[in-house]
Design a protein around this ligand. Structure first.
Ligand code: PMP
Ligand code: GLN
Length: 378
């Protein structure tokens, strides 16, 4: 039968993790921590299981978790979401994004994505029958070019997907960027999917600019978060979507027939754990120290460090080391040097290769030191 996604293969993250395992390489490719989460979080989940929270929870998620998330957004961004009608618990950000797209995109609608972007967006849009419209972030700085975004808008534009802090470039959007976007969308009906999974990883005193902070954006936005990233549990696959009631109602229509609901004990554990803001308030300092360790280790090496202002990624320019394509370089680096990375070309619709690869520094300090030792030999 005809493939619905003929151009899609296995994701680069799966491919590079398999190669890293095969060659016993330090895996700085796929983004996930190699350290444990807070034992208190495991205890909270275990207690929930033992207390009998093991059957289907309510379809949108348990009330305690939705209320905790609404309170957190209010405290951090000043916007009040109704826990009952505006917050939904999802099976990670991946399902949140797919479900939002399925809920709003009709056949023939256009959805603007900003290249480079996370690899699930485009196939999600295609599955909904939409057309992917790719607008490049400015090469070098990875800043949004609002002139190009404005030029890409047509009467068929249904939605725009943004992502700050940004995977893969580690750039972040400023308040000015958000105001500019708010002005740009003001006279349109374009919906916004704001992928904020790295919301608690912003460095050097910068503040995360959630779409929830900007009334003109929040009114049209699905704001997507992931506990996997924030609490070092990527394998749990629990996230949330905050969106105005009218959008949430449509989102839940799809959600109920997509996953119906998300596993119960994790929701109880997370709701309890969220009572203390310390873990996510301390996260920027925690990851900034790792970023600094990794950057300092590579300073003076032949890899040129690009800025890393948010997320848990560090991009490097490989032109001083190799003239291989970024993909071939990542393969070679994994096999011969024993460090896995992700080529930036994998995040572009047209495979644009600018000689940049991405490392993930969500790793134990000893893992980072091991990788640094290998990379300094280049
Ligand atoms: N969006 C971005 C930008 C990501 O980096 C990731 C994680 N790889 C996701 C979404 C998916 O998050 P989750 O693991 O919660 O599904
Ligand atoms: N978000 C992670 C990354 O960008 C991994 C996601 C995945 O494996 N699908 O590396």
């Amino acid at each position: 039968f005809p493939s619905k996604l003929p151009q899609v293969g296995t994701t680069i993250f799966t491919v590079m993790s398999a190669l890293a395992a095969e060659h016993d390489a330090v895996n700085l490719g796929q983004g996930f921590p190699d350290f444990e989460c807070d034992p208190a979080l495991i205890d909270a989940v275990t207690r929930a299981m033992k207390a009998g929270h093991n059957q289907y929870p309510p379809m949108p998620g348990i009330a305690a978790l939705r209320e905790a998330v609404a309170a957190k957004i209010k405290a951090l961004h000043g916007r009040e979401y109704c826990a009952n009608t505006e917050i939904t618990v999802t099976a990670g950000a991946t399902q949140a994004i797919l479900t939002a797209i399925l809920a709003i995109v009709h056949a023939g609608d256009e959805v603007i994505v900003l290249d480079p972007c996370y690899d699930s967006y485009a196939p999600n849009i295609q599955l909904a029958g939409g057309t992917v419209v790719r607008v490049a972030l400015t090469p070098g700085t990875f800043r949004p070019d609002f002139g190009l975004i404005a030029a890409a808008i047509t009467p068929r534009t249904r939605a725009l997907i943004i992502n700050s802090p940004h995977n893969p470039s580690a750039s972040i959007w400023s308040a000015e960027d958000m105001f500019t976007l708010q002005d740009l969308l003001a006279s349109t009906n374009i919906l916004l999917i704001s992928d904020e999974v790295y919301e608690h990883m912003v460095f050097d005193g910068a503040e995360h600019q959630s779409a929830a902070r900007y009334p003109g954006l929040a009114a049209r936005a699905f704001v997507v978060s992931s506990f996997g990233k924030t609490f070092h549990v990527t394998g749990w696959k629990v996230g949330t979507v905050a969106a105005p009631a009218s959008l949430t109602a449509e989102f839940r229509k799809v959600h109920q027939f997509n996953v119906f609901t998300v596993n119960t004990p994790m929701q109880h554990g997370l709701a309890e754990y969220l009572r203390d803001p310390a873990p996510y308030i301390q996260l920027p300092a925690f990851y900034q120290a790792k970023r600094n360790l990794f950057r300092q280790g590579l300073e003076g090496s032949r890899l040129k460090l690009l800025p890393s202002t948010g997320s848990y990624f560090q991009c490097v320019d490989i032109s001083g080391v190799s003239d291989l394509s970024d993909s071939d370089f990542c393969q070679w680096l994994t096999r011969e040097v024993g460090v896995a990375a992700i080529p930036l070309s994998a995040f572009y619709g047209n495979g644009f290769d600018q000689g940049i690869v991405r490392f993930c520094f969500a790793k134990r300090d000893e893992t980072l030191r091991d990788a640094i030792g290998r990379l300094r030999k280049l």
